[in-house]
Design a protein around this ligand. Structure first.
Ligand code: ZN
Length: 183
């Protein structure tokens, strides 16, 4: 599936809770997983492929996972680290996140699950849950870095050209655009 880029309204719109744990939902999880692996990225949320539902997938430390209708408990301890997003090609910034997370939700069969993670997995789960709330990672940057990121985005080929033509941004060149840090 094509990945929606910053500038597409679906990325700043809160997604709806999943109600039906049906075959369509399992197809969505499989489409998300395939799109993430092809990108390649470490995580992908349903709004990034234009589906406004509370579903995301990850591929961290060689383990695939997915979570539906998540709620998060965050550690007070923070981590620093570089973060990118498949919806912001080539844009990478230090993004503060909680060091550990306990995420509760459901799997695609409607069974309750709990996922505990630290470091990159914790970062991925926070990044993807933000996507479900219409929050993008540049919203989590320091004011100074956010300003730098916005400048870089405006000057990027994928955003600048589309915006000046009144179009939704699309990325057409390198698929390896976030150096494995895309979420
Ligand atoms: Zn993202």
């Amino acid at each position: 599936m094509p990945i929606r880029l910053f500038g597409d309204p679906v990325l700043i719109t809160p997604a709806a809770e999943v109600i039906d744990f049906d075959k369509e939902l399992r197809t969505l999880v499989s489409d998300l997983t395939e799109t993430m692996l092809n990108a390649p990225g470490a995580g992908l949320a349903a709004p990034q492929i234009g589906v406004p539902l509370r579903v995301f997938v990850w591929d961290v430390d060689e383990a695939l996972g997915h979570l539906i209708n998540p709620t998060l408990d965050l550690s007070p301890e923070l981590q620093e680290g570089t973060e990118g997003c498949l919806s912001f090609p080539e844009i990478l910034y230090d993004t503060p996140r909680a060091m550990r997370v306990v995420a509760k939700g459901w799997n695609m069969y409607g069974e309750p699950i709990s996922v505990e993670g630290s470091e990159l997995l914790a970062r991925a789960i926070q990044h993807e849950t933000d996507h479900l709330d219409g929050i993008v990672f540049i919203d989590r940057l320091s004011p100074e870095n956010r300003k730098l990121a916005m400048k870089e985005i405006r000057e990027s080929d994928w955003f600048g050209t589309a915006a000046s033509a009144g179009l939704t941004p699309q990325f057409k060149t390198s698929p390896h655009s976030t150096f494995g840090l895309g979420l």
